[in-house]
Each structure stands twice: as C-alpha cells, then as structure tokens.
Design a protein. Structure first.
Length: 363
C-alpha cells in the first residue's frame, strides 16, 4: 500500500499522526554551561505538529562537545533544563527524541575546561576548523582512544540516554552520521585501529553496535534510534565500502530490534534500497535526490514515501523555516526560506520568529 505524508505510523511504540519528521538541527543557542533555555522550548513547541521531532545534537560528556553553545545531557542542571523543552512539546501535542552526539575528533581543546585533546578512534585530524567568536581554529590531531576510553564513552552514552528519559524525552537518537564519533569508528579513513575495533567491517561496526546495545539496555530498544549517513563525506569522511559496511551494520542492528534507523541519503537511492532490504524495522529517510541537493524538497519527501522505500521522511531546513510545515504542505505552500545567517547562534531572530501561514495571511 502506498503511504502519504499524512498517514499515521507507529515508530518505536509511539503513534505518530503523520510521517513528517523534523530532522535534528544544531542551533547553538544554549548557555556556556550547556543549558537549553525557555526559547528552545518555544522553538520546538512551535513545531510540535511534526510526527516526531528529533532534537539538535546533544553532547553526552564534556569531551563529546564539538561546537560552542551546544546543549548537554551529562549533568543534573542540563537534564532539568531540557524538561522545559519536553514539557512544552508535549503540552503542544508533540513527540520528541533527543539526538545524542559525541563529536569525537570534531572537537577542540578550546571547548574543554582542562584544554584536553578531543578523542577519536585514531589520531587522524579532521582538516576542518572550529568556529569561535574570535575566529576559526584548526582542529588538532585527536588522541586515539584506549580500550578504557571506549568503555567510559559507552557509559557516557548510556548515562546521557537515561538523563534524556528523566528529562521527559520520548526516546533518543544516537548520532551515527555526518562524521562524528560513531561515524569515525565506521569509516576506514578515520579508523586505523588494529585492535578489535578496527580493520574489518565486523570490527569497525563493533563500537556502534556496543553503544546501541548498552543504550537499548538502559532505556529500552523501543526508545533507541540511530542516524546514519552512508557514504556521506561531511567532516572529511571517506568510506571506501559503504554498501557492505552498512548492510552488515543494519543486519546486526536488526537483531537488537531498535525503534528506528534514520538515514541521511546522499543522492544514492540504489544504496538506500539495498539498506532497506537489510533493515526490517522502521526507517526514517532524509531524502536527497542528488549529493548536493539542499534543502530536501517536499516533492522529494513525497516521492520517497510513495516509492515504499521508507516509512517516514525527515526534513531539516523546511521545518526550521516553517513552524507549520505540515499545514503548509496540505495547501501546497508557500514556504518561508531558511536564513542561513541565523542557523547557528543568536537569539529569537531566525529561531522563533518564522511566521505561520495564518500569521502571514492575517498580516
Ligand atoms: C542548521 C542545521 C543544523 C544541523 N544540525 C544537525 C545535527 O545537530 N545533527 C544532525 O544529525 N544533523 C544536523 N543537520 C543536518 C540535518 O538534520 C539534515 O540532514 C540536513 O539539513 C539535510 O536535510 P534538509 O535538506 O531537509 O535540510 C543540520 C542541518 C542544519 C541546516
């Protein structure tokens, strides 16, 4: 049966009224202590008509932070601060998962009180830079994680996941996409390890499957999702073998029966179709027809659903700029355009002041 955006669907035990997911988006408006503010509650609540909201990336530890003014879930104050967001979303009738993101080598000593080096599977620098209020800084060569670091990091992920549930989130999405720590273990240009976490496909997927298993045990598999971006070069990732790697990973994840897999598609529908065949559970697709098609369009989302390749679709920039995206789609638009200058950091401008269609019409 062909599904449309407005057919309800059950994902991880949650009843979603539509298949239109809000993709995770970092907005850099937390306090220096990693606390989200009331404004974040307003922003997410404005978008509560999404079938499911995935939050911005949230660091599970001090060393997991990769950018200025991103929120955390690694202490009691941060957990309490999220409560105002989850309450606001639930009051508005929505559902929200927390995206837990350890940035790995996409970190910088300037972000950590003890000036530590960021951690990564191997000592391979990203070649990227950190944006700071004082200008751009080169990412340093990260410190290769020891076996003890790996165990401690898994514990950080599970603690953050427990905090997410304590804060009222409906579940967590582990960020395995876009070149951050989990992806750094998967990719063969960032993982040069010679122990049981590196080398073969079976070894490179080990850390990810261990994190998923630990988080599932802590909060329930039905509240655990993961985001993946097979073949995506973002943050200087080069994967020589995406198809076999992700097929193997999804086959292993299928044994754990988690809530969903969320794929950032890089224009390769053939690859998505192969991965779909290896993953019998719920799939959310961030649909891109070509590698550089940004933002994804409503048409691409509709086409992906109608093709049957996915159960739900996620959109980023369109939700950012259109708090009432679902209502706008129902009437065929028009859509506000996302202002890139206010994506990262700032105040309510470009955050909570995008108008709904009703506001535009009545103005
Ligand atoms: C401002 C902004 C911040 C983003 N932050 C995140 C993030 O924290 N985690 C993540 O997985 N993806 C992040 N993304 C990627 C989006 O989730 C999405 O995959 C991307 O925007 C492509 O989808 P779209 O074309 O519908 O916008 C971000 C994108 C934007 C525009």
């Amino acid at each position: 049966m062909v599904s449309t955006l407005f057919d309800p669907v059950t994902i991880g035990g949650l009843q979603l009224p539509n298949r239109l997911v809000m993709a995770p988006m970092t907005r850099n408006r937390a306090t220096p202590e990693g606390l989200v503010t009331e404004l974040a509650g307003e922003y997410y609540a404005q978008r509560a008509s999404a079938g499911l909201i995935i939050s911005e990336g949230i660091q599970p530890s001090v060393i997991g932070q990769g950018y200025f003014l991103t929120p955390g879930l690694h202490n009691a104050e941060q957990t309490d601060a999220w409560r105002q967001v989850t309450d606001a979303v639930h009051r508005a009738g929505g559902r929200i998962f927390a995206q837990i993101n350890h940035c790995g080598r996409i970190g910088h000593p300037a972000l950590y009180p003890d000036n530590a080096l960021p951690l990564a599977p191997s000592a391979v620098a990203s070649g990227e830079q950190l944006f700071t209020p004082d200008g751009m800084l080169d990412h340093p060569t990260p410190r290769e994680m020891t076996t003890e670091d790996i165990a401690a990091t898994i514990t950080d992920f599970t603690a953050a996941a427990r905090n997410a549930i304590a804060a009222g989130f409906d579940g967590v999405e582990l960020h395995g996409a876009n070149g951050y720590l989990l992806h750094q273990f998967l990719a063969d240009n960032t993982n040069l390890r010679t122990d049981s976490y590196g080398g073969s496909v079976a070894n490179r997927i080990r850390f990810v499957t261990e994190v998923v298993a630990a988080v599932s045990e802590a909060i329930g598999a039905d509240r655990t999702g993961i985001r993946l971006s097979p073949g995506n070069p973002f943050n200087h990732i080069e994967e020589s073998d995406p198809a076999p790697l992700y097929v193997e990973l999804l086959t292993k994840l299928a044994e754990q029966d988690i809530a969903y897999v969320h794929i950032v598609e890089g224009g390769d529908r053939e690859l998505t179709t192969k991965l779909r065949a290896a993953w019998p559970g719920s799939l959310i697709l961030n649909p891109h027809r070509t590698p550089d098609a940004f933002p994804a369009t409503v048409e691409a989302a509709e086409e992906a659903l109608e093709s049957g390749v996915t159960d739900a679709v996620s959109l980023g920039a369109l939700w950012l700029a259109n708090p009432d995206l679902d209502a706008r789609i129902k009437v065929g638009g028009p859509y506000n355009t996302a202002d890139q200058a206010t994506f990262y950091g700032g105040d309510s401008a470009g955050y909570t002041d995008y108008p709904t269609l009703d506001q535009v019409t009545s103005a």
